[in-house]
Design a protein around this ligand. Sequence first.
Ligand code: F6R
Length: 605
Amino acid sequence: MCGIIGIVGTTPVQSRLIDSLKRLEYRGYDSAGIAGVVDGHVERRRAKGKIRALEEVLAADPLNATVGIGHTRWATHGGPSTRNAHPQTAGRVTLVHNGIIENYAELREALKKQGRTFESETDTEVIAQLLDAELKTRPPLDALKATLDQLTGAYALAVLIDGEDELIMGARRGSPLVVGYGEGEMFLGSDALAVGPFTNRIAYLDEGDYVAIDHHTARIFDETGQPVERPVTTVPASAALVEKGNYRHFMEKEIHDQPEGCQHTIAAYVDPLTDHTSVAGDIDWAKLERVQIVACGTSYIAGLMGKYLIERLADLPVDVEIASEFRYRQPALRPGSLAVAMSQSGETADTLAALRYCQAKGMLTAAVVNAQESTMAREVDVVWPIHCGPEIGVASTKAFTAQVCVLTAVAIAAARARGRIDEAEEQRLVKVLLEAPRLVAESIKLEDAVKGIAQEVSKARDVLFLGRGPMYPLALEGALKLKEISYIHAEGYAAGELKHGPIALVDEDTPIVILAPFDSYFEKSASNMQEVMARGGQVIFITDPEGEKHAPAGARVVVTAPKSDPLISPLVLAAPVQLLAYYVAVQKGADVDQPRNLAKSVTVE
Ligand code: F6R
């Protein structure tokens, strides 16, 4: 959730810490801070709010250090304030933390009884206090180990110790941490993006590892305290450096990245020479009894789309469940089923826990992830990566369409393996899927048309999104996108549910977005459109050329996406839906890439 950077440098680190925090701001932006060794002592600077607030503090009071740590926060324990900002300090210890310490309340009480006083409400300060207490009797690494042994919960840490001028210690459990190897300089970061501008040679720490870095080395230990080596990999430049280019926001750029993201992803799952699918993994589709998809947010919605595709094409039962519900309700699972975790980040705590639950039940596991070095990717039997490049905008866009591409290919592969389609049909469907990038690009050209609608929608208090079949998940996604970045209340409904309640919401002030390409559901959706209009509803009808021809008269606006096969129409209609949310948010002057209260990677429950 929070972003972490640590640098043992040879030149001043202030500007590099800030540069890195700006890249990490997508993880959280309630407060930010840095600390560094100045004349043998650790000093810190902190500010509530975004990195630019910290920059103002630093302009007035620079931190002249060559060894330092930095943090951008998504608040959990203790509201957003300078006092609760990291780094947190206790005695000789100054540290930054990502995660949640579950037993912090009891530890805090015990420390208070020892006469220790706390200046913040954070769980993080408890770690600093514990470590400071341990340092009274042990050297730093032993004190760190003794501290970690007392913690329950999730953490990634970067720690400075007063009097240890060339040392940064780190640790991870439940939250990722990477070590970056430079030339005479070493780094710690919460992901590859954090250290991307400085090095592309990275080691990913394992669960329970802790580490000490100095100018030249990283000494890594596993949770038992044994020294270990973790492989150093070279990450691709694209993962390490991400820029907005000429776009105003990452979200806008990422919407435009989608044709390429879909193309790269599809290319990994089909053979364009033979038009066959090639989906990795030792999965006996013919014998498989069920698929259980677990995910959160937009990834959950992509999973729902997968259900429609896999059940229809492959006649294979698919359950899709929100991971935070699934993990606690003790679902009845059997070996012989496949569990699929969907996650852009591959680090979402609830999805990871749900995945581990499935593993414990003996299920085969797969993960559809963007971050290929993520915890999920490392823990599953089969990784189905998406290849859309790093997604920085907090609202997911290109990861969604790339996830749907993967599940479409999986559905075709499963259908073929289960004998539900023959080779000719597999080839036809693959050809259709290969058309998706071009048609998504065409669909993005609706940008100006959608921009025109945004002004009116931005005045609404509520917006309804309706769809049938695969357009129902897309309706959910449209509502989620609009809510999270424009703060307008929105609901997505299966259009057939309209008359069972939501129709009561329809009035002349409520825009109703109906998603209805000319497919087997079209007539029913058109009837729903009539019902809405009869009650004064202002319909924004998103369809295709044939749908435009057959649409009932009276829609306030018709947006006509390119004609596409029903297999890929969710991909093609996704762009106008995302662009609508984007331009409404822009119209409202909202912070598109960093909406309030959200964070990109939700590594806490
Ligand atoms: C919505 C959004 C979130 C994420 C959710 C899961 O635009 O981005 O709803 O989809 O937090 O995140 P991942 O996919 O990283 O598991």
